[in-house]
Ligand binder design. Structure first.
Ligand code: ADP
Ligand code: MG
Length: 361
C-alpha cells in the first residue's frame, strides 16, 4: 500500500445525508417510540395509547389527546429542523419541553411509511396525511372525522435500510425495550394514562390510570412487590438551600424519589429509573455508586429498585443536546453523586432503625 494520490472530495447526495442522519436519531423501534412519546407529552396529553406489531418492526402506533397539529403546519411537519418548541438559542436555557431539534419526525419519515392523523384543539375536523422522505405525499391532507389529538402510525420501519433491519433483535426483545421506555415515562409522568398493547390484543401490557399517583404507576408497571417496599427520598443541596453537603459550587440540587428498602429482596437486577430535568437518562457512575451502597448496607437487598427525579439548574446539565445521547453529563458530578448517595444511605439507615424499633416494642 503506502501513500496514494488524494481522492477527489465531493458533496454527498442529499438523500444519503438524510438517511445517515435518520439512522443517528432512530436506531430501533424503541427510539422511534421514545421520540413520539416525548412529542405527545410535550403536547400536553393526558392519555397516550400505543399499539405495536412485531416488536414495532411492522407497526408502531401512538394516539394522544394532546394539542393536535394545526393544518397549516402539516406541510412542514416532517421537514428537518422544524419545531414549535425552540425559537432562539437562548431558549435552550429555559426550555421546558423534551423536544427542540425538530429532527425526530423528519428522521422517522425517511426510514418508514408514516401517517399522521391529527385534529387541533378548537378545530372542527381533523386531517390525515402520509409522509415520505420528509414531504407530504400526494394528494395531501385529507379531512377526516377525528377527536382532538394526534395519532402517528409508523409502518415498516427501516424498510429501506436493510443493514439496520438486520441489526434489530427479535420482535419480543424489541417489544421489551418499548415496554421499558414507556414504563419509565409512565412512572415519571404519573397521572397520565398510558396503555401499551400488542396490536389486536385486548389486554394491555402496561396500563396506568389517569390521575393516579406515582406509587400507583409503579405498581401498575413494575408490580406490587416493588411498590410495597418503597421509601420516599427527598434531598435539597447547595444553591443556598440547606447546604448539608460540602460543595464548591452552587449545585442547586433537588431530588425526589422512591427507593426500595431492606425488605425488597426479589430484585433480579438493579433498576434505576432516572430523570434529570425531566429527561429520561442513564448515568453509569451514579448507578454504580448506588448499587455499591445497597451491596454494602443491605447485602440481602442488593438489587434495588430506584426512581429518581433530579432537578438542577439547566445550565449545569449537558443532556440530550444530541438525541442519541442517553448517558448524561453534568457539572459537579462527584458532589452530586455523593449527595444522592448520602441521602439514600441516611433514608435506608433511618428506616432500618425504625423497623428495628417497631419490632422491639
Ligand atoms: P421537536 O419535538 O424537537 O420539535 P419533532 O420532529 O419531534 O421535533 O416534532 C416536530 C413538531 O411536530 C413538534 O415541534 C410539534 O410542534 C409537532 N408534533 C409532533 N408530534 C406531536 C403530537 N403528538 N402532538 C402535537 N404536536 C406534535
Ligand atoms: Mg420531538
Amino acid at each position: 500500500a503506502g501513500p496514494t494520490a488524494p481522492a477527489k472530495i465531493r458533496k454527498l447526495d442529499e438523500n444519503v445525508v438524510n438517511k445517515i442522519a435518520a439512522g443517528e436519531v432512530i436506531q430501533r423501534p424503541a427510539s422511534a417510540l421514545k421520540e413520539m412519546l416525548e412529542n405527545s407529552l410535550d403536547a400536553g396529553s393526558t392519555q397516550i395509547s400505543i399499539s405495536v406489531k412485531e416488536g414495532g418492526n411492522k407497526l408502531l402506533q401512538i394516539t394522544d389527546n394532546g394539542s393536535g397539529i394545526r393544518k397549516q403546519d402539516l406541510a412542514i411537519l416532517c421537514h428537518r429542523h422544524t419545531t414549535s418548541k425552540l425559537a432562539s438559542f437562548e431558549d435552550l436555557e429555559t426550555l421546558s419541553t423534551l423536544g427542540f431539534r425538530g429532527e425526530a419526525l423528519c428522521s422517522i419519515s425517511f426510514v418508514s411509511h408514516m401517517t399522521v392523523t391529527t385534529m387541533a384543539r378548537g378545530a372542527t375536523y381533523g386531517y390525515r396525511v402520509t409522509y415520505k422522505d420528509s414531504e407530504v405525499e400526494a394528494p395531501g391532507p385529507k379531512p377526516v372525522a377525528a377527536v382532538p389529538g394526534t395519532t402517528i402510525t409508523v409502518e415498516d420501519l427501516f424498510y429501506n435500510v436493510p443493514t439496520r433491519r438486520k441489526a434489530l433483535r427479535s420482535a419480543s426483545e424489541e417489544y421489551g425495550l418499548i415496554l421499558d421506555v414507556v414504563g419509565r415515562y409512565a412512572v415519571y409522568s404519573a397521572g397520565v394514562a398510558f396503555a401499551v398493547r400488542r396490536h389486536g390484543d385486548a389486554r394491555a401490557d402496561i396500563v396506568t390510570a389517569a390521575g393516579g399517583s406515582r406509587l400507583d404507576a409503579v405498581r401498575a408497571v413494575y408490580g406490587a412487590d416493588v411498590a410495597r417496599e418503597l421509601l420516599p427520598l427527598r434531598l435539597e443541596a447547595g444553591g443556598g438551600t440547606g447546604a448539608d453537603v460540602p460543595v464548591d459550587g452552587p449545585m442547586g440540587l433537588r431530588v425526589e424519589g422512591l427507593i426500595s428498602g431492606a425488605n425488597y429482596t426479589s430484585g433480579k437486577k438493579a433498576v434505576l429509573v432516572l430523570f434529570i430535568n425531566g429527561r429520561c437518562v442513564e448515568c453509569a457512575p451514579l448507578r454504580r455508586t448506588l448499587e455499591g451502597l445497597y451491596g454494602t448496607l443491605l447485602p440481602k437487598a442488593s438489587k434495588p429498585w430506584l426512581f429518581l427525579d433530579v432537578r438542577m439548574p439547566p445550565r449545569q446539565v449537558e443532556v440530550n443536546m444530541h438525541p442519541t445521547k442517553r448517558e448524561v453529563g453534568f457539572m459537579h458530578q462527584t458532589e452530586v453523586i455523593e449527595a444522592i448517595r448520602a441521602a439514600v444511605e441516611s433514608q435506608l439507615l433511618a428506616s432500618n432503625e425504625s423497623r428495628t424499633f417497631a419490632t422491639a416494642t
